[in-house]
Design a protein around this ligand. Structure first.
Ligand SMILES: Cc1cc2nc3c(=O)[nH]c(=O)nc-3n(C[C@H](O)[C@H](O)[C@H](O)COP(=O)(O)O)c2cc1C
Length: 177
């Protein structure tokens, strides 16, 4: 699939065929995500792939807008490593690029999936602290690992209407505001 076509046609897919995704394809998708840009090239991402049906069905108790994940082939929890990310933790300066880097990797992951005919939907975790904490506890994540996004994946069983209202030329400011 041509890149611009993929960008324009990717839609959130929330209905899935009952069909597994081959491990090699998941690996290819995650490989594409790992080629994303990151602050200071720290590549602070980690990818937890879960296809356990019980977990998929119970995920909605952790993040309430993920009920459709129960029919997904798997979910990928995109996580950030707080120790690897480009960050500062001084009295006068506290920041981390971890969420920015993970967001970019998540978009790359979804676009790579779409290029393989696989539907996905970004489901937010960070910065919702209760959901971050709950995922950390349920998945027994190490202290330095921040669950950032939940991405259910599956072969689509729906074809969402393409939006007609996305392009707003007035949001482009040429030269000055
Ligand atoms: C940060 C973020 C969090 C989101 N969380 C959810 C979610 O929890 N559940 C869900 O069904 N969709 C979620 N979405 C998907 C949006 O609803 C979707 O991207 C938006 O409606 C635009 O539709 P499109 O992805 O088909 O272009 C989220 C998207 C983003 C970027």
């Amino acid at each position: 699939m041509e890149l611009i076509e993929g960008l324009l046609t990717r839609r959130s897919i929330r209905k899935y065929q009952d069909k597994p995704i081959k491990k090699e394809i998941i690996e290819e998708i995650i490989k594409a995500a790992q080629y994303s840009p990151s602050a200071h090239n720290r590549q602070p991402w980690e990818f937890l792939v879960i296809d356990d049906k019980k977990f998929l069905a119970e995920l909605r108790h952790i993040q309430r807008w993920t009920s459709f994940a129960q029919d997904a082939a798997c979910v990928i929890i995109v996580c950030g490593d707080m120790e690897k990310s480009f960050s500062r933790n001084k009295d006068d300066e506290k920041w981390s690029f971890v969420d920015v880097d993970c967001a970019i990797a998540t978009q790359s992951l979804m676009l790579a999936a779409w290029a393989k005919g696989i539907g996905s939907c970004y489901c937010g975790a960070a910065p919702m602290q209760k959901i971050v904490d709950s995922l950390k506890e349920n998945l027994k994540l190490p202290d330095n690992i921040r669950p950032f996004a939940i991405v259910p994946l599956g072969y689509p069983a729906e074809t969402p209407k393409q939006p007609e209202d996305r392009y707003h030329p007035e949001k482009i400011h040429w030269g000055n505001w």
